[in-house]
Design a protein around this ligand. Structure first.
Ligand code: ATP
Length: 276
C-alpha cells in the first residue's frame, strides 16, 4: 500500500479504509450503546458481470450474534462490507432497527484479520483512533484505558505495537473497534491468523465482550467450529444465497468437542460441501 512522504499518520488508516469508515459516522460517544439489528430485503451486489449476492432477505434481531460461513468466494466479506457501510448494495436495501424494531442510525465498526495498527502510535493511542477526530484528549485517553481493560491489556497501554504478540495486537484492534461502544460489530475472520490456543482464548474474550456490551455481532469465519462456538445463529452462503440458517442453542455452557455442537458443525459442513 503506497504511503507518500507527506501524508499525515491518519491518512495511512484511510488507505486501509478504517478511518474513512469511522470519519463517515458522527457518533455521540456519551450515549448508551444501542444494539442495531439488521433488516435486509432483496440485497444484491454485483461487480460487473459477477452477481455476488442474489437478493438476500435476512432479519437479525438487535444484540444477536450471527456467524456467516461458506466456501471461499461465496460473498461473505462482501456482505459484511455492505453491513458496515464500506460498500453499497447494487439492489435491495439494508435497514437498521433497535430492539423494538424502530429505525436507528447504527454506530458500526469492523475488525479485520490483520490488526492494522499504526506502528508509530502507542497501544493506547491506537485504541483512541477508534473514537475518530475531535474528541477531547483526556476523554480519549480515559476511553482507551477502559477499552484496553475490557480486552485485558491495560498493562500494555504505553507500549509500541511492535512489542506485542499477534494475539495481543488483535486484542488492540478489538479494543479500537469497541472504544466507541458500537451497536454493530463486524468481524471479518478476526482470529484467522492466530495459533490454535490463542484463538480459543480470543473466542472466549469475544464472547465476554459481546455479553457485556450487548452489541449486534456479525462474524465471518472459515471455521464452522468457531461459528458454532461463538454465535446464536449461523448462516451458510452459497452462490450469493442463504442455503442454511441454523440456530445454535445457548442453554448450556459451550465446550469444544460438545456432541450437540459437533452435530451442528457436521450439518454446516455438509451444507457447505453440498453433501446434503
Ligand atoms: N471490489 C471488488 N471488485 C470486484 N470483485 C470483487 C470485489 N470484492 C469482491 N469481489 C468478488 O466477489 C466475490 C466474493 O468475494 P468475497 O471476498 O466476498 O468472498 P468471501 O466469501 O469472503 O471469500 P473468502 O472466504 O475467500 O474470503 C469474489 O468473486 C470476488 O472476486
Amino acid at each position: 500500500m503506497p504511503v507518500g512522504p507527506y501524508q499525515s499518520p491518519l491518512a495511512f488508516i484511510s488507505d486501509v479504509e478504517l478511518d474513512a469508515h469511522h470519519a463517515a459516522q458522527p457518533v455521540d460517544y456519551q450515549a448508551a450503546p444501542q444494539p442495531a439489528g439488521l433488516k435486509l430485503r432483496g440485497v444484491e451486489k454485483r461487480f460487473g458481470d459477477n452477481l455476488v449476492l442474489r437478493g438476500l432477505d435476512l432479519d437479525v434481531p438487535a444484540g444477536q450474534f450471527l456467524a456467516i460461513v461458506g466456501k471461499s468466494g461465496c460473498g461473505k466479506s462482501t456482505l459484511l462490507r455492505l453491513l458496515v457501510g464500506l460498500d453499497e448494495p447494487t439492489g435491495g436495501r439494508i435497514e437498521f432497527v433497535d430492539e423494538e424494531g424502530k429505525a436507528v442510525e447504527p454506530n458500526s465498526r469492523i475488525v479485520f484479520q490483520e490488526p492494522r495498527l499504526l506502528p508509530w502510535f502507542s497501544v493506547a493511542d491506537n485504541v483512541a483512533v477508534g473514537l475518530g477526530d475531535g474528541v477531547p484528549k483526556a476523554f480519549g485517553r480515559r476511553e482507551a484505558e477502559r477499552a484496553l481493560k475490557g480486552v485485558q491489556l491495560s498493562e500494555k497501554a504505553k507500549d509500541w505495537p511492535s512489542k506485542l504478540s499477534g494475539g495481543q495486537r488483535q486484542r488492540v484492534a478489538l479494543a479500537r473497534a469497541l472504544v466507541s461502544r458500537p451497536g454493530l460489530l463486524a468481524l471479518d475472520e478476526p482470529l484467522g491468523a492466530l495459533d490454535a490456543l490463542t484463538r480459543i482464548g480470543m473466542q472466549d474474550l469475544v464472547t465476554d465482550v459481546w455479553r457485556e456490551l450487548g452489541f449486534t455481532a456479525v462474524l465471518v469465519t472459515h471455521d464452522v467450529a468457531e461459528a458454532v462456538h461463538l454465535a446464536d445463529r449461523v448462516i451458510v452462503l452459497d452462490e450469493g444465497r442463504i442455503s442454511l440458517d441454523l440456530e445454535i442453542p445457548r442453554d448450556q455452557p459451550r465446550r469444544h468437542g460438545d456432541p450437540v455442537l459437533a452435530e451442528l458443525e457436521g450439518r454446516l459442513l455438509d451444507t457447505i460441501l453440498g453433501r446434503t
